[in-house]
Design a protein around this ligand. Sequence first.
Ligand code: ARG
Length: 462
Amino acid sequence: MAKEKLWGGRFHEGTAASVEAYTQSISYDWALYKQDIAGSCAHARMLARQGVISAEEADQLVAGLAAVRAEIEDGTFQWKKELEDVHMNIESRLTELVGDVGKKLHTGRSRNDQVALDFRLFVSDRLREWQRLARELAAVYMARAEEHQDTILPGCTHLQPAQPVSLAHHLLAYAWMLRRDVQRMADCEKRTRISPLGAAALAGTTYPLDPASVARELDMYGTFDNSMDAVSDRDFVIEALFCASTAMMHLSRCCEEIILWSNPAFGFVKLPDAYATGSSIMPQKKNPDVAEIMRGKVGRVYGDLTAMLTILKGLPLTYNRDLQEDKEPFLDADHTLSTSLELMAGMMKALRFDEVRMARALTAGFLNATELADYLVTKGIPFREAHHITGSAVALAEGKNLSLEALPLDALQGLCDRIGPDVFDVLEYRAAVARRNAPGGTGPLSVARQLEKMKAWLHETR
Ligand code: ARG
């Protein structure tokens, strides 16, 4: 039994079945097979260039690895738990296919630098895909914003009505968040896509390897500087999980708004049937389950990040088997984030915004109070005093169950004699939005500038 293991030379007895089941990683790290094979091909070619193996041997290894990949992809490959992980499964099958030359592949390499390479390639490949998906979603928010430049709704602070804003401005806020997510992922990718191959077990190698050429062949940005760091560093996983957590948090905030807005008390959005579910007992219900589940899934991604931080905190240098626990949290976060980004794009495309309900909501909550205060300032009243007078106007209107603009002029003039009939233009909600064209504001010109800048970025990152 011990003979079957690639590391079995010094062992007399086989591994207990329960130990094999507990320590194996093949049930999930098979997902790294493409990166493992690409890394091995690059390693084999480099060994030949450096004269460590012959060119024919490298060709045999590369052809054998291609055959293994074909078997994996057509579903005929037999993954074996007793071979522990993706690296040993592939190497063992390679040797079955090409004979003894297969045993030369691992020259100058350890599974420690091999797994670090594979996972760095895998995580950075996924970071690229996340960037693509997050960028697509930003484009959806932008397209919906473009449609709704003239739709006005209450903007909130403290979840209380604050000032009117355009729906375009509100939706673009999410596009900017996603743009930062994409930029954060791109930055993380630069540090992740660095080759550790050549670090060997921990101390570096005695073979005349050329790590830089391997990195170039694998489309990586550079090579390791310290072999001990190279085999034990998983900062890139933490960073990637932080990128995923932040993006999920952004999605969750939007989910929260979809959930609130679809409540009939708001009625700002109608959920398309394809993105809602019913209740088994209350026939009237249409529930925002997709948004709720997505909001809930953020918890597991934060958990994945916390797991990774915790796994690493007590590890002495260098490689420790604990590091094998880096894969499942990442795979889980990857699946969660990728599907959530895609689903949010579908849902945002399909949401129907109720402009009438939004407009109606503007008249509750004195959203134009700031306008009245600013108006008084233009009449020469110091802002603090203007704020106070406006407060009295709000109290007066509230007592009469009216909005500010519904108060008769003489009632307003009773609070301040500098108020004229021109006040009613100022109290218009749409006018309040239209005045805010300072950079980054909700005014139509500012929104047009945002749309332009967002479009330019989407074009650049195509
Ligand atoms: N499956 C292992 C992992 O994911 C590969 C590296 C094993 N290295 C070792 N020294 N046992 O970390």
